[in-house]
Design a protein around this ligand. Structure first.
Ligand code: GLU
Length: 315
């Protein structure tokens, strides 16, 4: 795949102050992996004199845990995070996603798909983001309704971007992903649609998140271009793995953080992010830890690192 020059492409941060965000899915309580993402996005925002928002990505009820949203907010608060606007719940914005979908469908940029997962598992090849959709419904002109999946048309252009940590990244969506889902077969707005719409409508200039979403960024940029949105800057952090190399995740039962040990948790997260807090901070309060971190923050140790084991117990 070759890189393309796109001189007219909108650039991030044009005449705007920095606006970052942390966007947890309420699939369980805050765990070490998501704390690391929150710390890095917060320090990036604050060290750039920016704002920092929290968005609850609650669009997948079958995977959600009741009360996890308030648990996550309580945990963030206990760790000393301060958000600049009221948190936003994606479940309150379904009409906004629906209107983006109608716009894309009306422009023939997206189409209704009747394929079932079972059908596709027999014929689609695996790619970096799951099964590569082979385009079965792309020319079928199924009528628009609220009951079926909707896919965004992709094309042969490689989508490329310059990630602040992972460097030049590109993906030919047509070849490696296929026309991807904007709405799922169960009628729920898909992650790619909701995250792209909300980052744009919330004027997010800088997205900082885990490297498991690096390749998904190509889908988001393709969709931004279709909807005429400005492209934010991206920074994909190393993800924390357990000793066997598996990503720590809320659904995988990663340990819930003990809020009584917020300072210890922060220091552990900061060490994971390549900082070296002095031993005296072990006995310091949260405010002092954040002051030190703001003075010491640097992304240099994280460059090019996609994942690393969590060795927090080692001082
Ligand atoms: N909601 C996603 C998660 O909890 C993160 C999405 C994003 O940061 O773009 O993994």
């Amino acid at each position: 795949m070759t890189s393309r020059e796109e001189p007219n492409r909108p650039q991030a941060s044009q005449n705007k102050g920095y606006r970052g965000r942390f966007a947890p899915s309420p699939t369980g309580p805050l765990h070490f992996g998501s704390l690391v993402t929150a710390i890095a996005s917060y320090l990036e925002a604050r060290c750039n004199d920016g704002e920092w928002l929290v968005r609850i990505e609650d669009l997948d009820p079958p995977r959600e845990v009741a009360g996890a949203d308030t648990d996550i907010l309580r945990a963030l608060d206990a760790h000393g995070f301060e958000w600049d606007e009221e948190p936003l719940w994606q479940s309150t914005r379904l009409d906004i996603y629906a209107s983006a979908l109608s716009e894309l469908h009306a422009g023939d940029l997206a189409y209704v798909c009747h394929c079932t997962r079972k059908q596709l598992s027999g014929l689609a090849k695996p790619g970096p983001l799951g099964l590569i959709y082979p385009g079965i419904c792309s020319k079928k002109n199924h009528s628009f309704d609220t009951r079926h999946a909707i896919r965004l048309r992709t094309d042969e252009h490689a989508v490329s971007f310059n990630d602040k940590l992972q460097g030049h990244t590109e993906l030919n969506l047509h070849k490696n992903v296929g026309d991807f889902l904007l709405r799922r077969g169960d009628g729920l707005a898909a992650y790619h649609l909701a995250v792209t719409v909300d980052d744009a409508l919330q004027n997010i200039t800088d997205v900082v998140r885990g490297s498991d979403l690096l390749m998904s960024t190509a889908c988001h940029i393709h969709l931004q271009q279709r909807l005429g949105y400005v492209e934010p800057s991206y920074m994909h952090l190393p993800i924390a793995t357990d000793a066997s190399g598996k990503k720590l995740c809320k659904r995988g039962g990663a340990d819930e953080l003990d809020l009584a040990l917020a300072g210890v948790n922060l220091l552990r997260g900061m060490r994971f992010l390549g900082l070296s807090p002095p031993i005296e901070l072990e006995n310091a309060g949260i405010a002092e830890i954040w002051l030190w971190a703001r003075d010491s923050w640097s992304i240099e140790p994280l460059r090019g690192v996609l994942e690393r084991p969590e060795i927090g117990h080692l001082k």
